[in-house]
Design a protein around this ligand. Structure first.
Ligand code: ATP
Ligand code: FE2
Length: 337
């Protein structure tokens, strides 16, 4: 067991977040701030500047909210990769400084694995297929032989990135996913007998892999042809989520596992949650969704994975604490139960 609380620092992209687990690994809600550009995408340098600006306020708030003194922190965990270099570096620098100042161990962890482990902790599932759907990542993952293996993934852009870009093309600022969800819901409420006829989009499944940029171009084309924007939002969700759930279902069939766990920001979407639950019901499997605050990027998941790593004897030296933008999900040995 760790000696004291573990502080987790998440900074892979546009979100900076500090979170905590106590010495038994039990999570506390994170203090988070996300850069939301009013137009255009995220510039890594601007996101990194944002993280530097808000970090001291967020950390103070986290400690105050939990009535903690800095001396009660027993270790510092941070996202070592994958992500945008400039953003990762700010989190890593903060983690090194805090751990050196407090004289406590440092542990650099894999962001993707952290999404899985907070989901397992929150939902109590044992051996799930993870459907990891975020801005930058879309992967179907299973634990096999001591690693989380990627069974299928996007061949181009992440599903959240696709939703955000489609939204941006139609004047909706980042993050577009939740706004598309609202439009899709409204369309269905106003058109309960709606059909996808005339709103078809290309199929995004390639074996166990996925692809989303063709889907986005086709959706843009439907809007430019005069199809109602809300109807296209609905169709886009139906097609993109069906593709993800189909690959997840095939992963259940191939591995013989019986649990699906959703993770990543797009897992906040109720329609995706419902589709996954329906698929699982039909296969006598179970679909698990963590609370939304633990689907989006959060420091708590980094603290939770740091707690597991430290509990099983791994810490990171300063010399090996450099970030790894391209870190793969299956790079991390999974030695805990
Ligand atoms: P990662 O580094 O793991 O790729 P990320 O930087 O994309 O993560 P997350 O917080 O995991 O950050 O996910 C953000 C994404 O989730 C955005 O693309 C956003 O549009 C999408 N999203 C959030 N809520 C919803 C929703 N209700 N429906 C669809 N997409 C959503
Ligand atoms: Fe993430």
């Amino acid at each position: 067991m760790a000696d004291g609380w573990i502080l987790g620092i998440e900074s892979t992209a546009h979100t900076l977040s500090f979170g905590l687990v106590d010495a038994t690994g039990s999570p506390r809600p994170s203090c988070t701030d996300t850069l939301r550009p009013t137009e255009g995408g995220i510039h890594p340098r601007e996101a990194a500047d944002h993280h530097v600006e808000v970090s001291s306020h967020l950390l103070k708030k986290l400690l105050a909210d939990n009535n903690l003194k800095p001396s009660e922190i027993g270790a510092v965990s941070y996202s070592q990769g994958p992500g945008m270099g400039a953003c990762l570096r700010t989190g890593a620098a903060a983690a090194r400084s805090i751990s050196t100042y407090l004289g406590v161990p440092l542990v650099g962890v894999n962001h993707c694995v952290a999404h899985i482990e907070i989901g397992r902790e929150q939902c109590g599932c044992k051996d799930p297929i993870l459907l990891y759907v975020s801005g930058g990542n879309t992967q179907v993952i299973a634990r096999l032989d001591g690693r989380y293996r990627v069974l299928g993934e996007t061949l181009d852009i992440g599903i959240g990135n696709m939703l955000d870009k489609f939204a941006r093309n139609h004047g909706i600022p980042f993050p577009g996913g939740p706004v598309i969800e609202k439009h899709a819901l409204e369309w269905l409420e106003n058109n309960p007998n709606s059909s996808l006829q005339g709103l078809e989009l290309p199929y995004a499944v390639h074996g166990m892999d996925l692809a989303f940029s063709g889907l986005m171009s086709a959706a843009n084309k439907l809007v430019s042809e005069g199809k109602p924007f809300a109807a296209v939002c609905w169709s886009l969700q139906e097609h993109a989520f069906a593709a993800c759930v189909e690959v997840a279902e095939r992963a259940l069939a191939h591995t013989g596992k019986a649990e699906i766990l959703l993770g990543g920001g797009v897992a906040c979407n109720q329609r995706l949650r419902d589709m996954s639950a329906l698929m699982c019901e039909e296969r006598m499997a179970e679909s698990f969704c963590p609370p939304r605050m633990y689907c989006i990027d959060n420091g708590t998941m980094i603290a939770r994975l740091g707690w597991l790593e430290i509990g099983y004897g791994r810490t990171t030296t300063l010399a090996s604490s450099g970030i790894d933008q391209e870190m793969r999900t299956d790079q991390t040995p999974v030695v805990w139960p």
